[in-house]
Design a protein around this ligand. Structure first.
Ligand SMILES: C[S@@+](CC[C@H](N)C(=O)[O-])C[C@H]1O[C@@H](n2cnc3c(N)ncnc32)[C@H](O)[C@@H]1O
Length: 267
């Protein structure tokens, strides 16, 4: 785990130093590794309404990234490092998602995962769902808002992904219409879901956690990168106001990445 945290810190520093250079290099790599055929095949399998309503990505710009979660588990992702695909901040894998994947695979007891029904919020490239089905989850529903769906779909349709992953559109802000039809989950996971620039959706997100954590033994694991400690504390106030409790399970060495467990307060 400590190695993973160090690796993440190093990667982040490198990324901050040379984001543009890295993007250019990975673009070049994508051409070299010849992923076009595989990605085209994956895109053919996208549901028609997704390809029709959202601009298809420039397929040759997707870049393969392998996340080594532990000795036995390596997850292949396809990232859009040049952000030409309209997936916004869900187009690349964020550090705290890697931290949570490591936590799930290396620290969490397997019996807390095996046979469980999992919902991933703001899944991006679906890293957590891809890990959890490998670790024995009964099924994972990986969710995203509409503009990030095609890339998530591509990532969860690859040969290495399991049929146990279902990709579903779920916007935290239009949640209430879906509330009545949503089934129960044992475990909710999410990484890097709240940050300064999406303050406007924190209320909806907190409400969503409240609804999803109704089943008494369900819990959520939320990984977060702290960019503004004072501001981000407000998200936890919103959770507390809704009868939810949280505890910090893990803090990275540089104290910027956190994993929280969120549960409903039982009276
Ligand atoms: C910083 S990214 C993190 C992505 C991924 N979890 C990871 O760790 O790499 C935040 C994600 O939240 C999603 N998101 C933002 N607002 C959303 C909303 N209102 N409903 C659903 N997803 C949303 C974005 O599309 C994006 O994929």
């Amino acid at each position: 785990m400590v190695d993973a945290v160090r690796l993440i810190s190093t990667l982040r520093r490198k990324e901050q130093q040379s984001v543009k250079a890295a993007a250019a290099a990975t673009l070049e790599d994508s051409c070299k590794i010849g992923k076009e055929e595989e990605v085209e095949e994956l895109t053919r399998r996208l549901p028609a309404h997704l390809t029709a309503s959202h601009q298809a990505p420039s397929l040759s710009l997707l870049v393969e990234r392998n996340v080594q979660v532990n000795d036995a588990l390596c997850v292949k992702l396809l990232e859009d490092t040049s952000s030409v695909f309209a997936a916004g901040n869900g187009s690349t894998q964020w550090d705290c998602g890697i931290l949570l994947a490591n936590y799930l695979a290396n620290t969490m007891p397997l019996e807390a995962i095996r046979g469980k029904r999992v919902l991933e919020l703001g899944a991006g490239l679906g890293l957590l769902s891809k890990c959890l089905v490998q670790l024995g989850a009964a099924r994972c529903v990986a969710t995203e808002r509409a503009l990030a769906m095609p890339l998530l779909q591509i990532n969860c349709s690859s040969n290495s992904s399991s049929s146990l992953i279902e990709v579903r559109e779920l916007d935290w802000c239009s949640w209430s219409a879906l509330e009545a039809q949503y089934e129960e989950f044992d475990l909710i996971v999410g990484s890097d879901l709240f940050f300064n620039s999406n303050y406007d959706v924190w209320n909806d997100l907190a409400h969503l956690f409240r609804v999803l954590l109704k089943p008494t033994d369900a819990f959520a694991l939320l990984a977060s990168e702290q960019r503004d400690e004072v501001k981000e504390r407000e998200f936890f106030v919103l959770l507390t106001e809704r009868g939810l409790e949280f505890e910090t399970l893990l803090t990275s060495e540089d104290k910027t990445l956190f994993i929280y467990k969120i549960t409903a307060r039982h009276v």
